[in-house]
Design a protein around this ligand. Structure first.
Ligand code: FES
Ligand SMILES: [Fe+2]
Length: 376
């Protein structure tokens, strides 16, 4: 099996712009958890490829999405997240829109537009917002013209484990955002690479039985599940929870760059956003069952203990290159980021050439095919 993308796909601005145009600007994009917007006026804005899209709750408690672009001269109206009072005012010339996107005020309209201005034609451009599994997604097309979100994720939905994120509570301390010096596809490819699990993470993810991993593609989306290594004292037949199959981890990667990691008690998101050919932002949030449920799971299922971060590392302290050597960190995310950045760096060498793909790398090659299918 051979890789299907040229080096250029990971290093050139031309590929970057094509992907922004054909993939990130045209598909449903994750925008947060549903509870991020829970009262009128509350909003979230998200960059989805070339489009900056805001979601705001109206006075009727309905969510609406708009292109975050003032209809006067295009200034971005709202930044990040927050609460607009009863209207959205552009910082440039104070044009003001209501929460339903209608232009309601143009300052000094008689003086500045002596022949009149038709406000009814200058409302915010509608985009789409929908909720799936307790998460917000946006699409640049207006409602009615955007494809169905439920259909887009429909085939992969049954393969994402039993947890509904809406039933869990966020752990704010586990919210992270990092920039990785690698192309977004390298990060996705590493995420779906089954081969590396027992090698790069030989010491950090050894609580999972990688040999029993089940994985595959459902349309453009990837699903992965693996069980915990059976430990003495586990009672996998107990509790009517559907057997040991429930006590593993689901690590799907939805297209484009929407990763989750979920067990029977947690739901984490890993949102991968390209910033440049060789730079990517990875944002993560984690939700967990309530403390009391967590405590009972903890005692009921000793194997869940294995899921807390191990102290072991790939490289011992003695061989470590300095105090910050990611391979000596005992942290699998640091290990992943390290190899992604190293791979990206090697791609600038004229001697770089990729070898044949292993069986456990078949998802890597398949992701390349999915990318190509959107660029045709
Ligand atoms: S650009 Fe928004 S009011 Fe002028
Ligand atoms: Fe990894």
């Amino acid at each position: 099996m051979y890789h299907e993308l040229p080096v250029d796909a990971y290093t050139s601005w031309e590929w970057y712009h094509r992907e922004q145009d054909r993939i990130f600007s045209r598909l449903w994009r994750y925008a947060g958890f549903a509870e991020d917007i829970s009262e009128p006026g509350q909003y979230v804005s998200v960059q989805a490829g070339a489009n900056n899209i805001l979601i705001v709750m109206g006075r009727d408690h309905r969510l609406r999405a708009f292109h975050n672009i003032c209809r006067h001269r295009g200034t971005q109206l709202l930044r990040a997240t927050g609460k607009a009072q009863r209207a959205v005012t552009c910082p440039y010339h104070d044009w003001t829109y209501d929460l339903e996107g209608c232009l309601i005020a143009v300052p000094n309209a008689e003086r500045e537009y002596p022949s009149g201005i038709d406000k009814s034609q200058l409302g915010l451009k509608a985009a789409s917002v929908d909720i799936w599994r307790g998460m917000l997604f946006v699409h640049p097309d207006p409602p009615g013209r955007s494809p169905s979100l439920a259909e887009w994720f429909g085939a992969v939905d049954p393969h994402l484990g039993p947890v509904q994120p809406a039933e869990l509570t966020e752990i704010p301390a586990q919210r992270t955002s990092m920039e990785v010096k690698a192309n977004w596809k390298i990060i996705v490819e590493n995420y779906v690479d089954v081969y590396h699990l027992s090698h790069l993470h030989s010491a950090t993810l050894d609580m999972y039985d990688h040999a029993k991993a089940e994985y595959g593609w459902h349309g453009s989306h990837y699903a992965f599940w693996e069980p915990l290594v059976a430990m003495d004292g586990d009672r996998h037949d107990n509790g009517g929870r559907g057997g040991s199959g429930d006590h593993g981890v689901w690590v799907p990667m939805l297209f484009p760059g929407i990763g989750f990691a979920t067990s029977d008690s947690e739901w984490s998101t890993y949102i991968i956003t390209p910033l440049a050919p060789d730079l990517t932002r990875v944002e993560s949030r984690t939700k967990r069952v309530s403390k009391s449920t967590w405590n009972s799971l903890w005692s009921e299922w000793p194997s869940t203990r294995g899921r807390s971060e191990g102290q072991k590392a790939k490289v011992g302290r003695k061989e470590a290159e300095g105090r910050d050597d990611p391979l000596a960190s005992g942290n699998f995310v640091a290990e992943d980021n390290y190899v992604c950045e190293q791979q990206q760096k090697s791609m600038t060498s004229p001697f770089f050439e990729v070898g044949p793909a292993a069986q456990g790398e078949s998802p890597v090659v398949n992701h390349q095919r999915v990318v190509l299918s959107f660029l045709k």
